[in-house]
Write a protein that binds this ligand. Sequence first.
Ligand SMILES: Cc1cc2nc3c(=O)[nH]c(=O)nc-3n(C[C@H](O)[C@H](O)[C@H](O)COP(=O)(O)OP(=O)(O)OC[C@H]3O[C@@H](n4cnc5c(N)ncnc54)[C@H](O)[C@@H]3O)c2cc1C
Length: 347
Amino acid sequence: MLPMAPGAGRSTCSLPNMGAPEPAPAESPDENEKRMTSKTETYDLFVIGGGINGAAIACDAAGRGLKVALAEMSDFAEGTSSRSSKLIHGGLRYLETYDFKLVRDALIEREILMRKAPHLVWPLRLVLPHVASQRPRWLIRLGLFIYDHLAQRKVLKRSESIDFRKHPSGAALKPQYRHGFAYSDCRGDDSRLVIANLLGAQRHGARILARHRFLSAERVDERWRVALRRVKSGTVAEIAAKALVNAAGPWVIDVARNIEGMKVSRRLRMVRGSHIVVPRQWQGEHGYFLQTRDGRLMEAFPYESDFTLIGTTDEPWDEAPEKVAISDEEIDYLLAEANEFLRKPVR
Ligand SMILES: Cc1cc2nc3c(=O)[nH]c(=O)nc-3n(C[C@H](O)[C@H](O)[C@H](O)COP(=O)(O)OP(=O)(O)OC[C@H]3O[C@@H](n4cnc5c(N)ncnc54)[C@H](O)[C@@H]3O)c2cc1C
């Protein structure tokens, strides 16, 4: 739980539209860092990690009136938050594992994000071809009915059954696919969403540092004394804070090990999820939600103006997060599964 500032209720942190003119920064990055690490400042909250979780927590907490600081060891959104599938979704696939609450919460957040950041979150119509040997039609229809009704849908269209012989989305598919379904989700710009949250936090007075690696935190006089390494110069800066948030994504255990008093008994189960980006494969803004031959679900949808993004895989990963890279087998798998459906093969 985040500590609440006296009298603070809902967070007022809004996400700035980066198209709009920004007020000139009051301080240079060096001045910002000097103020942040000044011996007299104590922060209510110190956030480790500038991915979407760290950035959104900083924005929310600063919007509640807390004095917030955040440090990112690399560039903002350098970790998982710029390498996602770019979907702002409830997660239709999680209905199969009966995670109804998770899906409902995510659908509610989807509506909030559409309102808060319409410049970064867009509706996406996803088309799911029916594969006779896989999930039965009634099951998909039931899943989509639940997905449509789990949360209030104000803007997005409800799901529908479609006949590919008449529907324009059938043109890109092999002729053996005759029936399918279309439903609504959203896609977004994941890394810009991180930046928007950081700017929102900064507007509410948060201090934000890139290229400052968290080294350790120890308890001194009922405060956390946090040591950070300035990546550029190699020197060490110190910050005092009343509370810490470890938002280090796949590095969360490494960070936790360096927080005094933290007992880290758990291992993190990491997975590698890879995408491929290929030249644009079909006309239209819709995407496809494809059932793979091994029973998984993967997406393919327009990316930027000229590309199609296809993914993901789901492989266990035990090495350091920064070493992760797609393998040749994953590329072959993604191409083969997409080509099961697409009339014009992707190469
Ligand atoms: C393949 C894949 C596809 C996905 N697709 C989607 C999707 O379509 N939609 C969706 O909603 N979610 C998706 N997700 C999930 C989503 O991307 C993650 O939940 C989210 O990005 C995690 O954000 P984070 O801030 O926790 O971690 P990260 O983005 O990894 O951020 C952690 C940050 O902490 C920093 N850090 C680490 N150690 C230190 C340190 N010592 N000092 C300072 N900073 C440090 C790192 O540099 C990093 O920037 C996907 C995930 C994967 C793997």
